[in-house]
Structure formats: C-alpha cells, structure tokens
Design a protein around this ligand. Sequence first.
Ligand code: NAD
Length: 508
Amino acid sequence: MSPTLIYIFGGTGDLAHRKLIPALFNLYIDGYLPGPFRIVGIGRTEMAETAYRQEMRKSVKEFSRRPELVAQHWTKFSRTLHFQSHDLNNDKAYKGMASEWKEFQAKHGEEAQVVFYLSVAPQLAPVIARRLHQHKLCADPHRSRMVFEKPFGHDLKSAQELNRLLGRLFREEQIYRIDHFLGKETVQNILALRFANALFEPIWNAHYIDHVQITAAETVSIENRGSYYESSGALRDMVQNHVLQMLCMIAMEAPISFEADEIRNKKLDVLQAIRKMHPEDVHRYTVRGQYAAGWSQGKKVVGYREEKSVDPQSAVETFAAVKFYVDNWRWKGVPFYVRTGKSLPAKETLITVQFKPAPDYAFPEEAAHTWRPNRLVIGIAPKMDIRLRFQAKQPGPHMTLRPVDMVFSYATREQEDCQPEAYETLLQDVIEANPTLFMRADQVEAAWTVIRPIMEVWADKPPVDFPNYAPGTWGPEDAEALIARDGFNWATLPETHPSEAPVKKKKS
Ligand code: NAD
C-alpha cells in the first residue's frame, strides 16, 4: 500500500472519538495500515498535540474493541497522530495542507496518497469540497479520496445538488459515501450466504418466500441530539440508507463478479424496482410514531417533545414502519416489512426471511399444532448470527412437531475480538481504494427517490396522535396492524435460544 496521509476533518468530534481513531488504532495493530502513515485530526478547538493524543488515548481505551492492547501499542501509534486547529471555512487551512502534502510526498515518494475524511456537519461538505478543489488537493484522482459521512443530502433535491457539485469538482471514483452498516461483517456475510451456497438461491424468490422483515431497533432515545434529529427523523436517518441497503443485499440478483460497480449495479436495480408509492399507498403501507415520556428498562425516559432542542409540538417521527414491494420477477408480490425506531425494548438489527408454509396434510392434526413456517433469521447487530428454523419431531412416542433453530453464531465460531468493526473495514477500503461498500451517486439518489413520496405525504399531513408510543414498547399499535393485516407478526430474537442454553440433566 502507498504511504498515506489521512486528514480527519472534525478530528475532535464524537465520531472521531468513538469510531474513527479506535478503528485506525486497530488497523495499525493488525498491520493493515501502510508503512508511512500520518493521521491529522482537524478541529476548531485550540488544542496542543500532546493534549489531543491524550484525549484520543482515553477514547481508544473506552471505545476500542481491544482496550487491553492500548498500553502495548499506543506510544508507537500516537507518533502517527497529529492535530491542527483550523476553521475549515478559511483558505489558510488548505494552504497548510497543500504544503504538508507536498512535504509528505517529497519524503515518501510520488506514489503517496491522501484521504480527506469529512466527519463534520453536512452543511460544511460543499465548502470543503470547493476548497479542496481550489487548492488542487484532489487533483490526482488515483491518489486522493474524500469520505462523506451520512446524511448525504436531506432529500432527493439536496442529494442531487451535492452530487452535481462533487461531480463537477472530482471524479466519482474519488468520492466515498459511507453507510457504515455496509461495513458490518454480518451484512457482508449476506452475500456469502446467498451466493456461496447452492442451498438458498433456488428457493430465494416469490415461489418459496412469503415475506421479508427488517428490524433496526434501538433502546436509546435521541440522546441530546435534538437539533440533528429535528431535521432528520427515523425515515431519513435509518430507512433511506441502512435499511434500504440491507433490503438490497437480500433482494439483489447474483453478481457476475465482485467488482465494485457490478455489486453496486445489482443493488441499484433493486432500488429502482422498489414500487414508488402513491399517496394512498403511503396511508396503507406506512406507520410513523414518536415516543412519549415514560419508563424503559427501569429508567425514566423523557418524551421526545421534551428533549433539548426539540420543538414541543414536533411532528418528527422517532419510529417508522413501511411495507415495500420490489416489482421484478423474483419478488413479485412478496412484501418487505421494515421498521426502525428509538426507545424500543431491544437493541437489535435483524433480517427475517420467512418461507411459505409446507403442506402439512400427511401429519395428524395434533402434530401440526406448533407448526411454523421455515424462517431464516440473520442477526446483524449486536447478535451476529444466522438461524434457520425448521420443524422437528418432539422426542416421544407420538408424532408431534416443534420448530427448532439451527444456529450459526459468529460469537461462538470465531473469536469475537477478531471481528473488525465496520469503520475498520471501511477505512481500510478507502485506503486501498476499494469502493464496493460505498454508495455511488446514483444509489443515493435512487434511495431518496424511494422514500420521497412518504416524506411528502407525511409532511403534508402532520400526525394528530403524536406522541403515540410508550418508551420500551415496539412502537405504535398501527405498526403491529401493518403486518398483522397480512397474517404475519414481527419477529424478534430470543434472549437465549433453547438450543444455546446449557442442557439440564434429568435426575435418574
Ligand atoms: P460533532 O459535532 O461531535 O463534531 C463536529 C466536529 O467538526 C468537531 O471536531 C468540530 O471541531 C468540527 N468542526 C465544526 N465546524 C468546523 C469548522 N468550521 N472548521 C473546522 N472544524 C469544524 O459531530 P459528530 O457526531 O462527530 O459527526 C460528524 C459527522 O458524522 C456528521 O456529519 C454526522 O452526521 C456524521 N455521523 C456521526 C455519527 C456519530 O455517531 N457521531 C454517526 C453517523 C454519522
């Protein structure tokens, strides 16, 4: 790998503390960073470099998946870590970067590369992009890259404007739009599960699959991020990006190669095939919610409207459930139910693929009492496992059946700490110039196009029942009705599945 200079714009921010520096530290320990490597955090706060390093050491200790390795590796790692205080609206910052970049190249050779990670508020992105262009810091498309954090745009129009601007200034292959869900091992494993096994692909279609569910649930409330959340909401914050990306992984056709554009083309096909809702569909196929004040997991929860920087009459949703259809041959008539929200009873992201029920004619009636259709449940986070539910005979003299799960768990099969965090995978990909897991301009716009009709109807008709769910519950009752109407129910993960629990020996 080429010598690399990486600038983290927003180097004193929350993301840098919790994710970016811990990820770079872990890449360093595992030997995945190129030999000559220089990280420069840039923030507005005045701070000495030693103080910055100390602060980051604390964060790495707190947030790295391997805090026990800090004592051994920090001193050496920290020599690559620098800090500069700048206002990124001003030219001065970029002049300094241009000369630093020149020096870095002179020292390490012309093949050195530079990465600009924009971990700053989205309003700063156009300013930074113009300045980087003006100072020719991204003039070489093979050796300079920019990483854009979410949100990428606020709606279709703003995403298009930003894409147009970036398209004028840079080449598409230099632009890395992050959706950190795509860096998760379990999300990438969907490709392996689907396309490296002969077992699933023949039945992965409307003939055998009844419906698909995606749940991305959080127990936390908005945690002091009122001003951000007021301009966002569950639909923009989660569905437009993470949830639709997971849906694409489940619904995409088999790629003919693992080339970045091939995978991205296949995912784009899915986004383009998702049925665009008419206003009356929005009423039938979507549910929004907002949490009230109450209690969750033994803790008092402030209602959304009472949170800091939130309008006391706010119509912003903290919960969204949507029923999508993917209008192509493979998925004709198969509903995809998705739901996401804050202040829910469990922190879990999972995908459930439910197969059509098998005909049970041959079995006696009592055998079929506990009959359940086959289900494939993919735990994305924090539980990282795959469960295949099938029917088995209850031990005993009678033919009674019960559903059992066959479980593959990353936690037991691999050493848990061997798994890179999503940001490690993604940062490594940026350094290695591999854009497969990043969003291309057309994907981002297609995703905004999918949710645009929902955003428009919701904006036109403010909710009359907000707040409409208590913290610690699975959102408003209408979300249950959305799926129950079709004869299904939302799947959740068992705390510990019976098959994983220790077997109790019977007393003789
Ligand atoms: P933050 O508010 O904690 O940090 C912002 C950083 O930007 C600070 O370092 C600040 O000094 C710097 N900054 C602001 N204005 C500046 C200026 N004019 N010149 C130089 N530096 C300036 O924000 P954050 O939570 O770290 O989020 C950063 C970005 O990442 C945002 O786009 C956010 O949406 C995205 N993001 C954050 C998270 C998260 O967990 N924090 C998750 C996903 C995406």
